[in-house]
Design a protein around this ligand. Structure first.
Ligand code: IPM
Ligand code: MN
Length: 353
């Protein structure tokens, strides 16, 4: 069996962590008896520098023809002066999510026991696990609502959710919960925002139609606090685009580092897999970035796009072993712990497959 993967490494640490993920994917593929064909394409700042725009037509075409899209990260200070639609983030990444209709973004976060001492909340998580799946709506809400405008006097964004957009992300959250503990917390701001009032109505209706799922609702400000006070109360969080962006970074910090947080963006045809963190220009080129989020995103790709569940599990287990064996990049190292670089961490995972 052979699978076609569009590889968009992007900017700054993107290519560094991508190389490690491909190393691990190739190792697991040969062990499991399948192969991956990679086709590289440009996105983000790299695409701007080479072609003038953040999302060349060829890149989008390659994505559409591929079995999955594997993305590194985009953006950096070099391109921050550009107007929004020409920037790596908006014109590259968001445009790709929209074009491929990747509406369901899964961001799983797990506190590995060996990293618990590095968890900023260790007194509260002692003996309890943090194992949260944020299901973030990814192609709607304030990120995409029209009208939008920017002048010297006014910045305008529109937060809008339509019933069908809310229903399909709730369905994704409910479906995920059935494979976990069966609990879903729908996060909104329904005490103030109309878009959230609709969200809550749809969630209540969905909850009635699925009595097997235990549904709760929480306002986003409270959810931000509850994640700090008692993270183990959460299993699946389903929420809108902006709230999910914020809460998923917060939940990643609970597990030690954003460098550990993978993601799967699922749509109706091709899916995309990318770390939840950014391109980290401050540490790019130093060989110190944590490749685990990229590696774990690769495992999610094997699982969700190619049905290679065993291979994915081998990667999850190898990452756990590498951590148990004490391998730490700078972002997850405790005081006095030795650190390894990007390549050594990639090698360590590949050796433990
Ligand atoms: C993320 C990132 C992106 C987002 C940025 C880079 C546009 O923060 O994937 O969480 O806001 O969605
Ligand atoms: Mn983010």
């Amino acid at each position: 069996m052979s699978y076609n993967v569009a590889v968009l490494a992007g900017d700054h640490i993107g290519p560094e962590v991508m190389a490690e993920a491909i190393k691990v994917l190739d190792a697991v593929a040969s062990a499991e008896g399948f192969s991956l064909n990679y086709s590289k394409a440009l996105i983000g700042g790299a695409a701007i520098d080479a072609t003038g725009g953040p999302l060349p037509q060829e890149t989008l075409e390659l994505c559409r023809e591929s079995g999955a899209v594997f993305l590194g990260s985009v953006g950096g200070p070099e391109w921050d002066h550009l107007p929004p639609e020409k920037r790596p983030e908006v014109g590259g990444l968001l445009a790709t999510r929209k074009a491929l209709e990747l509406y369901a973004n899964l961001r799983p976060v797990k506190l590995y026991p060996q990293l618990a001492s590095g968890c900023p909340l260790k007194e509260r998580t002692d003996g309890k696990t943090v194992d949260i799946l944020t299901v973030r709506e990814l192609t709607g809400g304030v990120y995409f609502g029209e009208p939008k405008a920017l002048s010297d006097e006014e910045g305008l964004d529109t937060m809008v959710y339509r019933a069908h957009e809310v229903d399909r992300i709730l369905e994704a959250g409910f479906a995920a919960a059935k494979n976990r503990s069966g609990r879903v917390c729908s996060v909104d701001k329904a005490n103030v925002l109309r878009s959230s009032m609709l969200w809550r109505q749809r969630a209540e209706a969905m909850g009635k139609a699925h009595p097997e799922v235990e549904l709760s609702h929480m306002y986003v400000d409270n959810a931000a606090m509850q994640l700090i006070l008692d993270p183990s109360q959460f299993d699946v969080i389903v929420t809108g685009n902006l709230f999910g962006d914020i809460l998923s970074d917060e939940s990643a910090a609970l597990a030690g580092s954003l460098g550990m947080l993978p993601s799967a963006s699922l749509g109706s045809s091709v899916h995309l897999f990318e770390p939840s963190g950014g391109s980290a220009p401050d540490i790019a080129g130093k060989g110190v970035a944590n490749p685990l989020a990229q590696i774990l995103s690769g495992a999610m790709m094997l699982e969700h796009s190619f049905g290679e569940v065993n291979a994915a599990k081998r990667i999850y287990d190898a990452v756990e072993k590498a951590i148990a064996d004490g391998l730490r990049t700078g972002d997850i190292a405790g005081p006095g712990e030795d650190t390894v670089g990007t390549v050594a961490m990639g090698d360590a995972v590949a050796e433990r497959l």
